[in-house]
Design a protein around this ligand. Structure first.
Ligand SMILES: Nc1nc2c(ncn2[C@@H]2O[C@H](COP(=O)(O)OP(=O)(O)OP(=O)(O)O)[C@@H](O)[C@H]2O)c(=O)[nH]1
Ligand SMILES: [Mg+2]
Length: 398
């Protein structure tokens, strides 16, 4: 995997300023929400956000992303506070990178690079490491003018000179070769996994999906009593984990997989295709939502549109609204029942999917969750085993 070069791992945390464009029709609240998410991505990478700059623009300036005046403002801030890097909320073109780098004289990152960097830190298995590397090279390829110095250092110190045309040609070829090699390796892993999956044809398969950090892994732990890595950071889970679960004597497989986020780099979706096959091939989806997040409805839409891209939007789905413990009004006994009732009613009218409100971390309303999940699993189970007679009441087993 490409070593992380953008964010150093010295003791002193690096500092960043964030830059985003606020488009027409976008509220200040939404703009702030996007910046908060970018800051969360930065902090997940170990970077401290010191300041953020926004500008209302129809579309990014083709030379410098933000306008000239705004860029000067950012340059002044970066100099005054010795900021290590500037992070842009959108992907920059190679020309924009060149121009803003020349002006800012510090590291310049965009959202995709930040996400790729987090994935690179998190990848555990051979497969996900290769997947991340593929996405990194695909990101790098059209930007080779800029990445050249990183690449040559990795190849054994060709030096820090700027790239000549000839070197650039060579680098392009090296990257192309590497991309081809990675694809071939991943195809091979994929073929092996497909064979393995054939053995699971007679099992009901359930996949946890949702925006990043909503509590998918926590829910997996709750249902399977396993110990899956859960953390208040974005993309804690990059590899999928599969657990066998038995509810009311009906066994099924539950997969915990990578979380989604808005503007997920397309290369990343492409290279994680086989990991996302777990979602594509699932019989049932459990869509986990952090209902305490102010932007949860937008997050649901992001998830829905990625599911549609994957061709997995029409599967039987259980909506799990998680983190109800964090909702205002939940703490008081008197308001709690009313709150949950209101939530239930509001969702019953908005979606045809069964929904349940829980707290995975505090083990609240887990029985209701098991019941509704069991209903979907049993229905599928009956299509595989038509002679199955459902037991009369539900008790979880391990
Ligand atoms: N208050 C509260 N926190 C929760 C709840 N469920 C999960 N969390 C916390 O939310 C954070 C994210 O949980 P994870 O289970 O790692 O979330 P995830 O969806 O797997 O995240 P990624 O793998 O990063 O996509 C952790 O700090 C959990 O402890 C809940 O019901 N209530
Ligand atoms: Mg997780």
């Amino acid at each position: 995997m490409i070593e992380k070069k953008f964010i150093s791992s010295t003791d002193e945390p690096e500092t960043a300023v964030l830059v985003a464009i606020v488009r027409q029709g976008q509220s200040d609240e939404q703009a702030q929400e996007y910046l908060d998410e970018l800051a969360f991505l930065a902090s997940t990478s170990g970077v401290i956000t010191k300041e953020s700059f926004t500008q209302r623009l129809q579309k990014p300036d083709h030379r410098t992303f933000v306008g000239k005046g705004k860029l000067e403002e950012i340059v002044a801030y970066v100099k005054a506070y010795e900021i290590d890097m500037v992070i842009f909320d959108d992907d920059l073109t190679p020309a924009q990178v060149r121009n803003v780098e020349a002006a800012l004289q510090c590291k310049v990152l965009d959202r995709s690079l930040l996400i790729l960097n987090i994935f690179a830190q998190r990848a555990q298995t051979a497969q996900s490491k290769l997947q991340v590397e593929l996405a990194q090279y695909q990101y790098m390829y059209p930007r080779l003018t800029r990445m050249w110095t990183h690449l040559s250092k990795q190849r054994g110190g060709v030096g820090m000179r700027g790239p000549g045309e000839k070197e650039l040609e060579t680098d392009r070829r090296i990257v192309q070769d590497r991309i081809a090699w990675l694809k071939e390796k991943l195809d091979k892993i994929d073929r092996q996994r497909t064979t393995q999956r054939k053995h699971r044809d007679l099992t009901v398969r359930v996949a946890l999906v949702g925006y990043t950090n909503v509590g998918k892994s926590t829910l997996m732990n709750l249902l399977s009593k396993s110990d899956v890595f859960a953390e208040n950071k974005l993309f804690a889970t990059v590899d999928s984990t599969v657990r066998k679960i038995v509810l009311n004597q009906v066994p099924f497989l539950l997969t915990d997989t990578v979380g989604f986020i808005r503007k997920l780099p397309t290369h990343l979706i492409e290279s994680f295709k086989s990991t996302l096959d777990e979602v594509r091939e699932a019989d049932i989806l459990v869509h986990v939502v952090d209902v305490s997040h102010s932007a949860y409805e937008e997050h649901m839409e992001v998830v829905q549109s990625i599911l549609a891209d994957l061709g997995a939007a029409d599967k039987p789905t259980l909506l799990v609204f998680n983190k109800v413990d964090q909702l205002p009004g939940f703490a008081q006994e008197e308001t709690r029942t009313l709150l949950l009732e209101q939530l239930n009613n509001s969702y019953a009218t908005k979606t045809e999917h069964p929904a349940v409100f829980i707290s995975a971390a505090h083990n609240l309303y887990a029985d209701e969750l098991r019941e509704k999940l069991f209903a979907l699993v049993a229905e599928k189970f009956r299509t595989i085993f038509p002679n199955y007679v459902p037991a009369t009441h539900l008790y979880p087993e391990q």
